[in-house]
Design a protein around this ligand. Structure first.
Ligand code: CO
Length: 154
């Protein structure tokens, strides 16, 4: 198991746009494994490659069952439905939480680590997570969506 360091807000890597993954090789499989290990250890819901300093279009999202970690490579949102209010935080912005609005349902087209196309539709927090993590690939932090910050002490 190899844990990667999660970079924090203020590091300009987080503001950059990531490039597509082009090689579905052993190196990618190691990266996916390391990101899953890092996400599990951090007890988060999602992790994008730029958060560990790698500007490639790859995210890990914890699925609805709370156990399965989805690796989404070169993900694209191809459909959304409705709207939901969410409470978001980010492993790169520790201790900060805010209310946002995101689509109620999100369909993503991506590739798995074997290079196979996958299409996934999710609601609730997993849909929020799809949006949040894909934003990271475009250099966008959740702060840009926050309508009101929440004091976690309340
Ligand atoms: Co984040």
């Amino acid at each position: 198991m190899a844990l990667r360091n999660i970079i924090k807000e203020g590091d300009e890597t987080l503001t950059k746009k990531s490039r597509p993954v082009t090689e579905f090789d052993k190196k990618l499989k190691i990266l996916v494994k390391d990101m899953k290990d890092t996400l599990k250890k951090a007890d988060g819901l999602g992790l994008a490659a730029p958060q560990i300093g790698i500007l490639r279009r790859l995210v890990i999202v914890l699925d609805d069952d709370g156990k399965t970690m989805l690796a989404l490579i070169n993900p694209e949102i191809i459909d959304t439905k409705g709207e939901q209010e969410a409470t978001e935080g980010c492993l790169s912005v520790p201790g900060v939480f805010g209310k946002t609005h995101r689509p109620a349902e999100v369909t993503v087209r991506a590739f798995n680590e074997k290079g196979e196309e996958i299409i996934l539709t999710r609601k609730g927090i997993t849909a929020v997570c799809f949006c949040h993590e894909i934003d990271h690939l475009n250099g966008i932090l959740f702060r840009e969506h926050v309508e009101e910050y929440i004091d976690p002490e309340d």
